[in-house]
Design a protein around this ligand. Sequence first.
Ligand code: PLP
Length: 551
Amino acid sequence: MTRSSFSPEAFRSRFPLFAQPENRDLVYLDNAATTQKPAVVIDALAEFYLHSNANTHRSSHRLARRATAMVERVRAQAAGFLNAASPREVVFCRGATEALNLLAFSLCEELERGDEIVLSTIEHHANIVPWQMAAARRGLNLRYIPHTAGVPQFDRLGEVLGPRTRIVSLSGGSNALGLRPDLAGIRRQLRGYNLRWVVDAAQLAAHEPIDVQAIGCDFLVCSAHKFYGPTGIGLLYGREACLAGMVPWQGGGEMIAEVGLYQSQYAGLPHRFEAGTSSLAGIAALGATLEFLREQDRTAMAAHEQGLLARLHEGIAALPGLRLLSQPQHNLGVAAFAPEAGDASDLMHWLDGRDIAVRVGSHCAQPLLRAAGSGPTVRASLAAYNSYADVEALLVAVADYLQLDQSLASAAGGTCHWSRDSLGALQLERLAAQRSWQDRYRELLRWGKSISAKPEIRLPANLVRGCEADAWLVHREEGGRHYFAFDSDSRVVKGLAALLLSQVDGREAGEIRTRDLAGLFRELGLARHLSESRSNGFHALLQQIQALVSD
Ligand code: PLP
């Protein structure tokens, strides 16, 4: 098939999820977590189960032979996708995480106490924790590339290399900031050292063609679901000479040549690293994914993504009240930002109310965010099916949120009481009467404004246990009636607390105990629309109220 130049609209039309009635307005910007799947990939999954489903034992019946041939055909395709020298260098695994665990186990088995592994602060937890586990098991030392506020100075890699360095395992692109290191620069610094270089290409493979020979690494890992493929299948590339010297990490069927009672002989490469039944339908769908990508003009795809990324950064940088953590240069497609005041989760919920899917949290990169002195960030991550309209929708929604936040903050006027908040004006009917979730959410945020700032109650003893956002609750009883005061940085949590307190404040214990407040939470549609962490926060607060009135 001849390559055509890239049309984002035509590309998007290949993804049936966007054509479903409930997704017509969806702005999907959570691609670093996982991408949507084109019809050819979804069809390939069904096709495998319809026509080829059998386990892959080489000398078996017709269907089994067919499945076996398919697996080896996709392996050859994957070798082409990575530009590996041979299909023997391609191991199927569940994804980047499993591949990194395999490497951490098998490579470290051969190391000696005191040997060193070099990592960076920008790594995904999947490229930190397996090495920590191996280091603890084998008495190895972890070293980190020098960094500035968590961002590794890759040009100073040489400072942490030494005669005991055996493994260097580094990101090919950060999921939290998008930062793409200069792999050629890393290669130059590694020259002359006797070590193994692992590239975590979980993000990289989604945005650039991979050429392991040009990169010059010994190992590279990636997950199909990040590049429009199915979940549950990934690739481990290993240079043949390196793989050949490694012990298998899991034992079982498929990875053996001969099994005795006390010893076994392992299969050849790469099967000795593939114990048990693989995700065969996943491999079939991976084959369809690789073919789909081969037909695309990937240079034009990347250029489209970079255009969106530049606009996203320009737009966010122009919004007052936001802190931008990512940079548009050397970035695979991520904008990371957080409101300067308040809770990033509130912003995420606001965006969700407009059907804009972004992610909030530490993005499996806690060491990076800690070193950056940052709390949770909002991450908008791009794929080639995103449009400039998607980016503008995000920017408008964020601007609206900041404006609302600003008006709520000035209305609160910094009042600071010990006394209870006046919640009498909060009418449940008014909240319930809001038809759309977005309007109900806006009303809830308004309710949150009734909860004034109370620095005095922000004491460890008053913390609401089980609530992810910091939240404080105090209580007193007068003449058999129970009174409460509450505070939190999160506007949503404040809104939920206002809802709860409006139902219990000033009432008697028996009345509070018998009110079905969890039922009210469901009836208002909050259980359906709010994230698990916010739902947990509501229930934690409810539990604490119940416990306080029972004491
Ligand atoms: N490495 C990076 C850079 C990632 O972004 C991810 C997933 O987000 C992983 C590793 C782990 O990938 P998976 O969850 O597919 O195993």
